[in-house]
Write a protein that binds this ligand. Structure first.
Ligand SMILES: [Zn+2]
Length: 258
């Protein structure tokens, strides 16, 4: 007990330094390398479970959008299109992105898909997985949680992949908090704007998701709960995003991915 307490004290001291990209104080005390390792392992598991799409157009579109977005963030990112009719997308620590064919079919244009991918990248940039794992570690579990991600069929494995935000792939529902969702929204919409995608399409995207979810449960919305305040918050932030968008366009950034 005493040992556990001192771990917590050290953890909170370390965490005092952590601040998210939007300026929010965070409890993150797991080494990034370890969280990235978890992300890479989870991505490998998903690749083994889910058929990868061979639709050349979808792959080209997903790559083009991801490249335009991640040119603004730096780092090497990989995007994989999965053959799955459910409209879903996710991003994992370690810079791995997954997009279902169903999501590509749902959106109307490149800007809406950029909104989805940008939002997912936002979760990774803001280290939401690290925060969720850190919180869980502070209460229990211990290091076994890190290892468990390689065994998604076990109870602890389910917790691990749930914390990474890809539990829906395995039927585990562990939604992001409202705080994480709005943070990913803001980071995502600024990111798409900086890359030259029309940020107003983020609102159209969420409206479309809401519509599509009428009467049926959408996997994506089970981990990224839709709130009426989401669109309100995006609207409020839109002048800022439009400024970034106009700046990007004046610099000649005009992606043509579709
Ligand atoms: Zn989200």
């Amino acid at each position: 007990m005493k040992k556990k307490l001192s771990v917590l004290v050290i953890a909170s001291l370390l965490a005092a330094c952590a601040v998210s990209p939007t300026g929010r104080k965070q409890l993150v005390f797991m080494p990034d390398a370890q969280i990235n390792q978890m992300g890479l392992q989870a991505f490998d598991s998903i690749k083994q479970e889910k058929p990868v799409s061979n639709n050349a157009r979808y792959i080209q579109v997903a790559n083009c959008i991801t490249q335009a977005l991640t040119r603004e963030t730096g780092g090497a990112w990989e995007v994989v299109v999965f053959e799955d009719p459910s409209p879903n997308a996710f991003a994992l620590p370690g810079n791995k992105i997954g997009v279902h064919t169903g999501m590509i079919q749902l959106v109307n244009n490149q800007d809406q898909l950029a909104a989805v991918i940008g939002h997912e990248i936002g979760h990774v940039l803001a280290k939401h997985s690290n925060e969720r794992v850190s919180q869980e570690m502070a209460v229990s579990q211990g290091m076994a949680l890190i290892q468990a991600v390689t065994a998604p069929q076990t109870a602890l494995g389910q917790t691990a992949i749930g914390l990474l935000g890809v539990g829906a792939q395995y039927g585990v529902l562990m939604p992001y908090s409202r705080t994480h969702e709005s943070e990913a929204d803001i980071i995502g919409v600024d990111l798409m704007a900086k890359a030259g995608f029309d940020p107003r399409q983020s609102i159209a995207l969420w409206q479309k998701m809401d519509q599509a979810s009428q009467g049926q449960s959408i996997e994506f919305l089970s981990t990224h709960p839709s709130h009426s305040t989401r669109i309100q918050d995006l609207n409020q932030h839109m002048p800022n995003a439009m400024g970034l968008f106009q700046q990007a366009r004046s610099m000649g950034k005009q992606p043509r991915c579709y």
